[in-house]
Write a protein that binds this ligand. Structure first.
Ligand code: UDP
Ligand code: MN
Length: 465
Protein backbone atom coordinates (compact mmCIF):
# COMPACT_ATOMS: atom_id res chain seq x y z
CA UNK A 1 0.00 0.00 0.00
CA UNK A 2 3.01 2.30 0.27
CA UNK A 3 3.93 3.96 -3.00
CA UNK A 4 7.05 2.54 -4.60
CA UNK A 5 7.96 6.17 -5.20
CA UNK A 6 7.19 7.50 -1.75
CA UNK A 7 9.17 10.45 -0.45
CA UNK A 8 11.26 10.05 2.67
CA UNK A 9 12.17 12.58 5.35
CA UNK A 10 15.39 14.43 4.55
CA UNK A 11 17.32 13.48 7.66
CA UNK A 12 20.65 14.99 6.65
CA UNK A 13 22.49 17.40 8.87
CA UNK A 14 21.76 20.99 7.84
CA UNK A 15 25.36 21.54 6.82
CA UNK A 16 24.90 18.86 4.15
CA UNK A 17 22.09 20.67 2.43
CA UNK A 18 24.17 23.55 1.12
CA UNK A 19 27.28 21.62 0.08
CA UNK A 20 28.47 21.97 -3.47
CA UNK A 21 30.03 19.22 -5.54
CA UNK A 22 32.35 19.14 -8.55
CA UNK A 23 30.64 19.21 -11.90
CA UNK A 24 32.83 16.42 -13.25
CA UNK A 25 31.94 13.68 -10.80
CA UNK A 26 32.53 10.14 -12.12
CA UNK A 27 29.54 8.07 -13.19
CA UNK A 28 28.60 4.97 -11.31
CA UNK A 29 27.07 1.61 -12.07
CA UNK A 30 24.66 0.67 -9.32
CA UNK A 31 24.78 -3.06 -8.60
CA UNK A 32 21.89 -4.57 -6.70
CA UNK A 33 22.11 -8.31 -6.07
CA UNK A 34 19.02 -10.03 -4.80
CA UNK A 35 17.60 -13.41 -4.11
CA UNK A 36 13.92 -14.03 -3.28
CA UNK A 37 13.43 -10.33 -2.53
CA UNK A 38 9.92 -8.99 -1.94
CA UNK A 39 8.39 -7.21 -4.91
CA UNK A 40 7.65 -3.84 -3.33
CA UNK A 41 10.94 -3.49 -1.48
CA UNK A 42 12.92 -4.34 -4.62
CA UNK A 43 10.95 -1.83 -6.66
CA UNK A 44 11.30 0.86 -4.03
CA UNK A 45 15.05 0.31 -4.06
CA UNK A 46 15.25 0.85 -7.82
CA UNK A 47 12.89 3.82 -7.89
CA UNK A 48 14.71 5.53 -5.06
CA UNK A 49 17.98 5.24 -7.01
CA UNK A 50 16.44 6.61 -10.20
CA UNK A 51 14.45 9.36 -8.51
CA UNK A 52 17.09 10.66 -6.16
CA UNK A 53 20.26 10.51 -8.23
CA UNK A 54 21.30 13.03 -10.89
CA UNK A 55 20.65 10.99 -14.08
CA UNK A 56 23.98 11.96 -15.59
CA UNK A 57 25.77 10.22 -12.72
CA UNK A 58 24.07 6.87 -13.21
CA UNK A 59 25.71 4.71 -15.88
CA UNK A 60 23.24 1.89 -15.31
CA UNK A 61 21.41 -0.06 -12.63
CA UNK A 62 22.31 -3.74 -12.70
CA UNK A 63 19.81 -5.99 -10.96
CA UNK A 64 21.65 -9.25 -10.46
CA UNK A 65 19.18 -12.03 -9.73
CA UNK A 66 20.95 -14.70 -7.72
CA UNK A 67 18.74 -17.54 -8.96
CA UNK A 68 15.46 -16.50 -7.30
CA UNK A 69 12.62 -19.02 -7.60
CA UNK A 70 9.65 -16.78 -6.87
CA UNK A 71 7.48 -16.37 -9.97
CA UNK A 72 6.98 -12.62 -9.74
CA UNK A 73 10.74 -12.16 -9.92
CA UNK A 74 10.83 -13.82 -13.34
CA UNK A 75 8.88 -12.44 -16.30
CA UNK A 76 6.88 -9.82 -14.34
CA UNK A 77 10.13 -8.26 -13.16
CA UNK A 78 11.58 -8.17 -16.69
CA UNK A 79 8.40 -6.52 -17.96
CA UNK A 80 8.41 -3.93 -15.20
CA UNK A 81 12.07 -3.04 -15.52
CA UNK A 82 11.86 -2.68 -19.31
CA UNK A 83 9.89 0.51 -18.72
CA UNK A 84 12.55 2.07 -16.53
CA UNK A 85 15.59 3.79 -17.98
CA UNK A 86 19.04 2.26 -17.52
CA UNK A 87 17.90 -0.78 -15.57
CA UNK A 88 19.19 -4.19 -16.66
CA UNK A 89 18.18 -7.48 -15.10
CA UNK A 90 20.99 -10.03 -15.06
CA UNK A 91 20.03 -13.63 -14.38
CA UNK A 92 22.46 -16.05 -12.80
CA UNK A 93 21.92 -19.65 -13.92
CA UNK A 94 22.69 -21.00 -10.46
CA UNK A 95 22.81 -19.72 -6.91
CA UNK A 96 26.17 -18.00 -6.46
CA UNK A 97 25.71 -16.17 -3.16
CA UNK A 98 26.01 -12.45 -2.65
CA UNK A 99 29.76 -12.33 -2.97
CA UNK A 100 30.13 -14.02 -6.33
CA UNK A 101 26.92 -12.35 -7.59
CA UNK A 102 28.50 -8.96 -6.89
CA UNK A 103 31.65 -9.97 -8.72
CA UNK A 104 29.58 -10.93 -11.77
CA UNK A 105 27.83 -7.56 -11.61
CA UNK A 106 31.18 -5.77 -11.30
CA UNK A 107 32.49 -7.62 -14.34
CA UNK A 108 29.59 -6.34 -16.46
CA UNK A 109 29.58 -2.79 -15.13
CA UNK A 110 30.27 0.05 -17.56
CA UNK A 111 30.74 2.93 -15.12
CA UNK A 112 34.13 3.85 -13.61
CA UNK A 113 32.65 3.61 -10.10
CA UNK A 114 30.77 0.66 -8.64
CA UNK A 115 28.02 1.31 -6.12
CA UNK A 116 26.69 -1.77 -4.34
CA UNK A 117 23.30 -1.70 -2.66
CA UNK A 118 21.12 -4.26 -0.91
CA UNK A 119 17.80 -5.03 -2.58
CA UNK A 120 15.67 -3.54 0.22
CA UNK A 121 16.89 0.02 0.67
CA UNK A 122 15.74 3.55 -0.04
CA UNK A 123 18.23 6.17 -1.11
CA UNK A 124 17.60 9.55 0.45
CA UNK A 125 17.87 13.04 -1.04
CA UNK A 126 21.34 13.84 -2.34
CA UNK A 127 22.76 10.44 -1.38
CA UNK A 128 25.01 9.95 -4.39
CA UNK A 129 26.95 13.17 -4.94
CA UNK A 130 28.88 13.16 -1.65
CA UNK A 131 29.94 9.55 -2.25
CA UNK A 132 31.20 10.22 -5.75
CA UNK A 133 32.90 13.42 -4.63
CA UNK A 134 35.21 11.50 -2.29
CA UNK A 135 36.13 9.06 -5.04
CA UNK A 136 36.68 11.99 -7.39
CA UNK A 137 39.00 13.51 -4.75
CA UNK A 138 40.94 10.27 -4.47
CA UNK A 139 40.05 7.00 -6.18
CA UNK A 140 41.48 4.99 -3.28
CA UNK A 141 38.72 6.34 -1.03
CA UNK A 142 36.04 3.74 -0.53
CA UNK A 143 32.87 5.28 0.83
CA UNK A 144 29.74 4.12 2.60
CA UNK A 145 26.55 6.09 3.10
CA UNK A 146 25.29 6.49 6.64
CA UNK A 147 22.73 3.75 7.09
CA UNK A 148 19.27 4.76 8.28
CA UNK A 149 16.71 2.20 9.30
CA UNK A 150 13.40 1.23 7.75
CA UNK A 151 11.23 -0.56 10.27
CA UNK A 152 10.71 -4.14 9.09
CA UNK A 153 7.02 -4.20 10.04
CA UNK A 154 5.74 -0.62 9.69
CA UNK A 155 8.19 0.48 6.97
CA UNK A 156 8.60 3.71 8.87
CA UNK A 157 11.75 5.61 7.99
CA UNK A 158 13.93 6.23 11.04
CA UNK A 159 17.05 8.37 10.71
CA UNK A 160 19.89 6.75 12.60
CA UNK A 161 21.04 10.03 14.10
CA UNK A 162 24.09 8.83 15.96
CA UNK A 163 27.38 9.00 14.12
CA UNK A 164 29.32 5.80 14.48
CA UNK A 165 32.13 3.81 12.98
CA UNK A 166 32.08 0.30 11.62
CA UNK A 167 34.25 -2.02 13.69
CA UNK A 168 34.61 -5.64 14.74
CA UNK A 169 35.25 -7.75 17.78
CA UNK A 170 37.84 -10.50 18.17
CA UNK A 171 35.41 -13.13 17.04
CA UNK A 172 35.66 -11.15 13.80
CA UNK A 173 32.04 -10.16 13.96
CA UNK A 174 31.14 -6.75 12.60
CA UNK A 175 29.92 -4.24 15.20
CA UNK A 176 29.15 -0.55 15.35
CA UNK A 177 31.16 1.58 17.76
CA UNK A 178 31.33 5.15 18.94
CA UNK A 179 33.67 7.52 17.11
CA UNK A 180 37.07 7.43 18.85
CA UNK A 181 38.26 10.69 20.33
CA UNK A 182 41.13 11.15 17.85
CA UNK A 183 38.68 10.87 14.97
CA UNK A 184 36.20 13.29 16.53
CA UNK A 185 39.04 15.79 16.95
CA UNK A 186 40.10 15.41 13.31
CA UNK A 187 36.63 16.25 11.99
CA UNK A 188 35.67 19.91 11.76
CA UNK A 189 31.94 19.40 11.79
CA UNK A 190 29.19 16.80 11.57
CA UNK A 191 29.21 16.75 7.79
CA UNK A 192 32.80 15.51 7.57
CA UNK A 193 33.59 11.98 6.40
CA UNK A 194 34.25 9.56 9.23
CA UNK A 195 37.27 7.31 8.83
CA UNK A 196 35.93 3.87 9.61
CA UNK A 197 37.96 0.73 10.39
CA UNK A 198 35.34 -1.48 8.74
CA UNK A 199 32.22 -1.39 6.64
CA UNK A 200 28.88 -3.08 7.28
CA UNK A 201 29.12 -4.44 3.77
CA UNK A 202 25.79 -3.91 2.03
CA UNK A 203 26.15 -0.35 0.82
CA UNK A 204 29.27 1.29 -0.59
CA UNK A 205 30.90 2.90 -3.61
CA UNK A 206 34.34 2.05 -4.88
CA UNK A 207 36.41 3.03 -7.88
CA UNK A 208 36.26 0.08 -10.24
CA UNK A 209 39.99 0.05 -11.01
CA UNK A 210 40.87 0.24 -7.33
CA UNK A 211 38.44 -2.60 -6.57
CA UNK A 212 40.25 -4.79 -9.11
CA UNK A 213 43.68 -3.59 -8.07
CA UNK A 214 43.14 -4.85 -4.54
CA UNK A 215 41.75 -8.15 -5.76
CA UNK A 216 37.98 -7.62 -5.33
CA UNK A 217 36.58 -10.19 -2.91
CA UNK A 218 38.08 -13.52 -2.01
CA UNK A 219 36.22 -15.67 -4.57
CA UNK A 220 36.52 -18.59 -2.16
CA UNK A 221 33.98 -16.92 0.14
CA UNK A 222 30.53 -18.45 0.01
CA UNK A 223 27.09 -16.84 0.00
CA UNK A 224 27.43 -14.07 2.57
CA UNK A 225 29.47 -13.15 5.64
CA UNK A 226 32.93 -11.80 6.56
CA UNK A 227 33.40 -10.42 3.03
CA UNK A 228 32.84 -6.95 4.49
CA UNK A 229 35.80 -7.34 6.84
CA UNK A 230 37.96 -8.89 4.14
CA UNK A 231 37.37 -5.88 1.94
CA UNK A 232 37.76 -3.42 4.82
CA UNK A 233 41.12 -4.81 6.01
CA UNK A 234 42.38 -4.98 2.46
CA UNK A 235 41.32 -1.42 1.63
CA UNK A 236 43.22 -0.04 4.60
CA UNK A 237 46.20 -2.37 4.54
CA UNK A 238 46.74 -2.05 0.80
CA UNK A 239 46.78 1.70 0.34
CA UNK A 240 43.20 2.94 0.46
CA UNK A 241 40.90 4.40 3.05
CA UNK A 242 37.38 3.67 4.12
CA UNK A 243 34.92 6.35 5.12
CA UNK A 244 31.33 6.74 6.20
CA UNK A 245 29.84 9.84 4.57
CA UNK A 246 27.24 11.29 6.92
CA UNK A 247 25.75 13.54 4.21
CA UNK A 248 24.89 10.47 2.16
CA UNK A 249 21.95 8.61 3.65
CA UNK A 250 20.50 5.32 2.54
CA UNK A 251 17.92 3.46 4.58
CA UNK A 252 17.99 -0.31 4.90
CA UNK A 253 15.35 -2.73 6.13
CA UNK A 254 16.89 -4.66 8.99
CA UNK A 255 14.79 -7.75 8.65
CA UNK A 256 14.43 -10.40 11.29
CA UNK A 257 15.14 -13.33 9.04
CA UNK A 258 16.42 -13.91 5.56
CA UNK A 259 14.07 -15.17 2.84
CA UNK A 260 16.77 -17.46 1.45
CA UNK A 261 18.65 -20.53 2.60
CA UNK A 262 22.34 -21.14 3.05
CA UNK A 263 23.04 -24.44 1.25
CA UNK A 264 25.63 -25.39 3.92
CA UNK A 265 23.91 -23.70 6.85
CA UNK A 266 24.66 -20.10 7.80
CA UNK A 267 26.94 -20.76 10.77
CA UNK A 268 29.18 -23.06 8.79
CA UNK A 269 29.37 -20.68 5.83
CA UNK A 270 30.05 -17.69 8.03
CA UNK A 271 32.76 -19.51 9.98
CA UNK A 272 34.51 -20.83 6.92
CA UNK A 273 34.58 -17.36 5.36
CA UNK A 274 35.86 -15.94 8.63
CA UNK A 275 38.66 -18.51 8.85
CA UNK A 276 39.78 -17.54 5.35
CA UNK A 277 39.74 -13.88 6.38
CA UNK A 278 41.80 -14.61 9.48
CA UNK A 279 44.27 -16.84 7.63
CA UNK A 280 45.10 -14.15 5.09
CA UNK A 281 44.75 -10.79 6.82
CA UNK A 282 44.96 -11.26 10.59
CA UNK A 283 48.57 -11.95 11.58
CA UNK A 284 49.84 -13.57 14.76
CA UNK A 285 49.51 -12.99 17.63
CA UNK A 286 46.07 -11.67 16.73
CA UNK A 287 45.07 -14.76 14.78
CA UNK A 288 45.37 -16.78 17.93
CA UNK A 289 43.06 -14.44 19.81
CA UNK A 290 40.38 -15.32 17.30
CA UNK A 291 41.00 -19.05 17.71
CA UNK A 292 41.11 -18.79 21.47
CA UNK A 293 37.57 -17.38 21.31
CA UNK A 294 36.50 -19.97 18.75
CA UNK A 295 38.58 -23.03 19.70
CA UNK A 296 36.09 -25.37 18.04
CA UNK A 297 37.32 -23.97 14.70
CA UNK A 298 40.95 -24.97 15.23
CA UNK A 299 42.00 -27.36 12.51
CA UNK A 300 38.76 -27.03 10.51
CA UNK A 301 39.26 -26.80 6.76
CA UNK A 302 38.77 -23.51 4.93
CA UNK A 303 40.18 -24.31 1.51
CA UNK A 304 43.25 -22.95 -0.23
CA UNK A 305 44.23 -19.34 0.49
CA UNK A 306 47.65 -19.32 -1.15
CA UNK A 307 46.46 -17.04 -3.99
CA UNK A 308 45.18 -14.52 -1.49
CA UNK A 309 48.42 -14.57 0.46
CA UNK A 310 50.31 -14.06 -2.79
CA UNK A 311 48.04 -11.12 -3.60
CA UNK A 312 48.81 -9.56 -0.24
CA UNK A 313 52.54 -9.94 -0.90
CA UNK A 314 52.36 -8.59 -4.45
CA UNK A 315 50.44 -5.54 -3.30
CA UNK A 316 52.99 -5.04 -0.54
CA UNK A 317 50.19 -4.46 1.92
CA UNK A 318 50.83 -3.33 5.47
CA UNK A 319 50.49 -5.95 8.17
CA UNK A 320 47.76 -6.26 10.75
CA UNK A 321 49.87 -4.57 13.43
CA UNK A 322 50.10 -1.51 11.17
CA UNK A 323 46.35 -1.58 10.72
CA UNK A 324 45.77 -1.66 14.47
CA UNK A 325 48.31 1.09 15.15
CA UNK A 326 47.24 3.42 12.35
CA UNK A 327 43.62 2.72 11.59
CA UNK A 328 42.13 1.51 14.81
CA UNK A 329 44.32 2.33 17.81
CA UNK A 330 41.16 2.60 19.94
CA UNK A 331 40.44 -1.11 19.60
CA UNK A 332 40.86 -3.02 22.85
CA UNK A 333 43.31 -5.85 22.32
CA UNK A 334 43.18 -8.78 24.74
CA UNK A 335 46.43 -10.00 26.27
CA UNK A 336 48.59 -11.12 23.40
CA UNK A 337 51.76 -11.75 25.32
CA UNK A 338 50.90 -15.04 26.91
CA UNK A 339 52.81 -18.26 27.45
CA UNK A 340 49.81 -20.50 27.10
CA UNK A 341 46.19 -20.19 26.22
CA UNK A 342 43.04 -22.22 25.78
CA UNK A 343 41.47 -24.90 27.89
CA UNK A 344 43.49 -26.56 30.63
CA UNK A 345 43.19 -30.33 30.55
CA UNK A 346 43.96 -32.63 33.45
CA UNK A 347 46.09 -35.67 32.56
CA UNK A 348 44.32 -38.07 34.92
CA UNK A 349 40.71 -37.32 34.03
CA UNK A 350 40.91 -35.46 30.71
CA UNK A 351 38.50 -32.97 32.25
CA UNK A 352 39.07 -29.23 31.92
CA UNK A 353 39.43 -26.37 34.33
CA UNK A 354 36.15 -24.49 34.31
CA UNK A 355 35.17 -21.26 36.02
CA UNK A 356 31.64 -22.70 36.28
CA UNK A 357 30.23 -19.29 35.40
CA UNK A 358 30.96 -18.05 38.92
CA UNK A 359 34.71 -17.53 39.06
CA UNK A 360 35.74 -20.70 40.88
CA UNK A 361 38.12 -23.38 39.65
CA UNK A 362 35.88 -26.38 39.04
CA UNK A 363 36.37 -29.34 36.74
CA UNK A 364 34.07 -30.02 33.81
CA UNK A 365 34.13 -32.12 30.64
CA UNK A 366 36.14 -30.23 27.99
CA UNK A 367 33.73 -28.66 25.50
CA UNK A 368 36.15 -26.81 23.26
CA UNK A 369 34.05 -23.67 23.12
CA UNK A 370 36.18 -21.34 25.18
CA UNK A 371 34.00 -19.27 27.50
CA UNK A 372 34.21 -20.74 31.01
CA UNK A 373 37.15 -22.91 29.97
CA UNK A 374 39.27 -20.20 28.28
CA UNK A 375 42.33 -19.59 30.45
CA UNK A 376 45.66 -17.90 29.85
CA UNK A 377 49.02 -18.08 31.53
CA UNK A 378 50.83 -14.77 31.14
CA UNK A 379 54.56 -14.14 30.85
CA UNK A 380 54.40 -12.53 34.27
CA UNK A 381 53.13 -15.84 35.65
CA UNK A 382 49.50 -15.05 36.28
CA UNK A 383 46.73 -17.56 35.65
CA UNK A 384 43.86 -15.65 34.09
CA UNK A 385 40.30 -16.21 33.06
CA UNK A 386 38.91 -13.23 31.14
CA UNK A 387 39.64 -10.26 33.43
CA UNK A 388 40.13 -12.31 36.57
CA UNK A 389 43.27 -13.79 38.07
CA UNK A 390 44.07 -16.54 40.52
CA UNK A 391 44.90 -14.76 43.81
CA UNK A 392 47.66 -15.78 46.23
CA UNK A 393 46.85 -19.07 47.93
CA UNK A 394 46.05 -18.40 51.60
CA UNK A 395 43.67 -21.16 52.66
CA UNK A 396 43.30 -24.73 51.46
CA UNK A 397 40.20 -25.74 49.51
CA UNK A 398 38.17 -24.13 46.77
CA UNK A 399 39.96 -21.62 44.56
CA UNK A 400 38.22 -18.47 43.50
CA UNK A 401 39.35 -16.07 40.77
CA UNK A 402 39.60 -12.35 41.66
CA UNK A 403 40.56 -9.05 40.06
CA UNK A 404 44.06 -8.89 38.60
CA UNK A 405 46.62 -7.01 40.61
CA UNK A 406 50.26 -8.03 40.62
CA UNK A 407 50.51 -7.50 44.36
CA UNK A 408 47.77 -9.96 45.22
CA UNK A 409 47.84 -12.56 42.46
CA UNK A 410 49.59 -15.91 42.69
CA UNK A 411 52.83 -16.49 40.72
CA UNK A 412 52.33 -19.66 38.74
CA UNK A 413 55.11 -21.75 37.25
CA UNK A 414 54.31 -24.33 34.63
CA UNK A 415 56.00 -26.42 31.97
CA UNK A 416 53.95 -27.75 29.08
CA UNK A 417 52.00 -30.80 30.15
CA UNK A 418 53.54 -30.78 33.65
CA UNK A 419 52.62 -29.28 37.01
CA UNK A 420 50.93 -25.96 37.61
CA UNK A 421 52.77 -24.80 40.70
CA UNK A 422 52.15 -21.92 43.08
CA UNK A 423 55.62 -20.36 43.41
CA UNK A 424 55.22 -19.05 46.96
CA UNK A 425 53.86 -22.21 48.64
CA UNK A 426 55.51 -24.62 46.20
CA UNK A 427 52.21 -26.57 46.03
CA UNK A 428 50.83 -28.16 42.86
CA UNK A 429 47.40 -27.86 41.29
CA UNK A 430 45.58 -31.11 41.92
CA UNK A 431 42.06 -32.54 42.00
CA UNK A 432 39.97 -32.74 45.15
CA UNK A 433 38.70 -36.13 46.38
CA UNK A 434 35.62 -36.33 44.16
CA UNK A 435 37.51 -34.69 41.28
CA UNK A 436 34.99 -31.87 40.84
CA UNK A 437 37.35 -29.07 41.84
CA UNK A 438 40.95 -28.04 41.30
CA UNK A 439 42.82 -27.37 44.55
CA UNK A 440 46.45 -26.97 45.60
CA UNK A 441 48.18 -29.92 47.31
CA UNK A 442 51.72 -31.00 48.12
CA UNK A 443 53.41 -32.03 44.91
CA UNK A 444 53.52 -35.81 44.59
CA UNK A 445 54.22 -36.48 40.91
CA UNK A 446 50.76 -38.02 40.35
CA UNK A 447 48.97 -37.86 37.02
CA UNK A 448 46.22 -35.72 38.57
CA UNK A 449 48.84 -32.99 39.03
CA UNK A 450 49.69 -32.79 35.34
CA UNK A 451 47.97 -30.22 33.15
CA UNK A 452 48.09 -29.10 29.54
CA UNK A 453 46.88 -25.86 27.92
CA UNK A 454 45.61 -26.09 24.34
CA UNK A 455 48.41 -23.90 22.99
CA UNK A 456 51.82 -22.65 24.06
CA UNK A 457 53.73 -19.68 22.63
CA UNK A 458 57.25 -18.43 22.35
CA UNK A 459 58.21 -14.88 23.31
CA UNK A 460 57.27 -13.60 19.87
CA UNK A 461 53.75 -14.97 20.16
CA UNK A 462 54.37 -17.84 17.75
CA UNK A 463 52.64 -21.10 18.50
CA UNK A 464 55.03 -23.76 19.75
CA UNK A 465 54.05 -26.92 17.91
N1 UDP B 1 21.85 -11.96 -1.51
C1 UDP B 1 22.12 -12.60 -2.72
N2 UDP B 1 22.45 -13.93 -2.69
C2 UDP B 1 22.58 -14.63 -1.52
C3 UDP B 1 22.36 -13.97 -0.30
C4 UDP B 1 22.00 -12.63 -0.33
O1 UDP B 1 22.01 -11.99 -3.78
O2 UDP B 1 22.91 -15.81 -1.57
C5 UDP B 1 21.49 -10.54 -1.51
C6 UDP B 1 20.23 -10.19 -0.73
O3 UDP B 1 19.08 -10.32 -1.55
C7 UDP B 1 20.49 -8.76 -0.33
C8 UDP B 1 21.99 -8.73 -0.15
O4 UDP B 1 22.51 -9.86 -0.83
O5 UDP B 1 20.13 -7.85 -1.36
C9 UDP B 1 22.41 -8.76 1.31
O6 UDP B 1 21.78 -9.83 1.99
P1 UDP B 1 20.86 -9.55 3.26
O7 UDP B 1 20.06 -8.33 3.06
O8 UDP B 1 20.10 -10.82 3.53
O9 UDP B 1 21.93 -9.33 4.37
P2 UDP B 1 21.75 -8.37 5.66
O10 UDP B 1 21.30 -7.04 5.15
O11 UDP B 1 20.74 -9.05 6.51
O12 UDP B 1 23.13 -8.34 6.24
MN1 MN C 1 20.00 -6.40 3.78
Amino acid sequence: MISVERSVPDVRHNLCKTKEYSDDLPRTSVIICFTEESWSTLLRTVHSVLNRSPPELIAEVLLVDDFSQRDYLKEPLDEYMKKLPKVKVVRLPKREGLIRARLIGAEMAQGPVLTFLDSHVECNVGWLEPLLQRIHDDPTNVVCPAIDAIDATSFEYAGSGATIIGAFNWEMKFTWNGIPEYEARRRDDESWPIRSPAMAGGLFSIDKDFFYRIGTYDPGFDIWGAENLELSFKIWMCGGSLEIIPCSRVAHIFRKQQPYKFPDGNVKTFMRNTMRLVAVWVDEPYRDIFYSLKPQLMGQEYGDVSDRIKLREELKCHDFQWYLDNVYPALKVPDTKVRARGDVRNAATSMCLDSMGKGVLGMFPCHGEGNNQAFTLTWDDQLKHKNTCLPKIKTPGQLRMLGCNMASTARITHIKGETIRDASSGKCLDLNADRTMAIFNHCNGSKAQRWRFSRYFDRKGRVIP
